[in-house]
Design a binder for this molecule. Structure first.
Ligand SMILES: [Fe+2]
Ligand SMILES: [Fe+2]
Length: 166
């Protein structure tokens, strides 16, 4: 399926997330070119990464797993590499593929994102994507601790893996 068609479908399916999804797609495209990854797959995964957010009952963590299902069922994406990039875009995992890394970090640094340290993270993402992932997860963990929220086990496993420079 071509990207234009997927864009139209996504805009109709999930208008609230659409701007963020297009910006994530654009960032993923740049990262894929930079790192020699499959540009088409990166664009599709970037565009659809939050398609699981349509349903209110899907909270911040579960929308990634739901998203992979929605991408498959609604958008007819059967490519496992794309589906995994969607599935792991929030928590990451050990030994991520380059496509998974690209979608993980593109989501956090797309041009609409504004938070302390985002410019540094944008630069880092193009210099050392593994370090960028560790930095991003570390600030998420700090934020969660500060707010006294429950720490996500999968994110901690990913953080440990990338912090140790694997
Ligand atoms: Fe997301
Ligand atoms: Fe997102």
């Amino acid at each position: 399926m071509d990207i234009d068609e997927l864009e139209k479908m996504l805009e109709a399916f999930n208008p609230k997330q659409y701007g963020h999804c297009v910006r994530t797609m654009e960032e993923a495209e740049k990262l894929a070119v930079h790192y020699g990854a499959d540009v088409q797959k990166a664009k599709i995964a970037g565009l659809l990464h939050d398609c699981g957010k349509k349903l209110k009952e899907h909270d911040n963590l579960t929308h990634s797993k739901t998203g992979a299902e929605v991408a498959k069922e609604v958008f007819n994406i059967q490519d496992e590499e794309i589906l995994n990039a969607i599935r792991y875009h929030t928590t990451g995992r050990e030994n991520m593929s380059m496509l998974e890394k690209i979608i993980f970090i593109a989501d956090k640094i797309e041009l609409g994102r504004q938070y302390e340290g985002v410019d540094k993270l944008r630069k880092k993402a193009y210099l050392n994507i593994d370090e960028a992932i560790a930095i991003s997860l570390e600030s998420t963990v700090e934020y969660v601790k500060m707010k006294n929220l429950e720490l996500d086990k999968d994110s901690l496993i990913t953080l440990k893996f990338y912090k140790e420079g694997k």
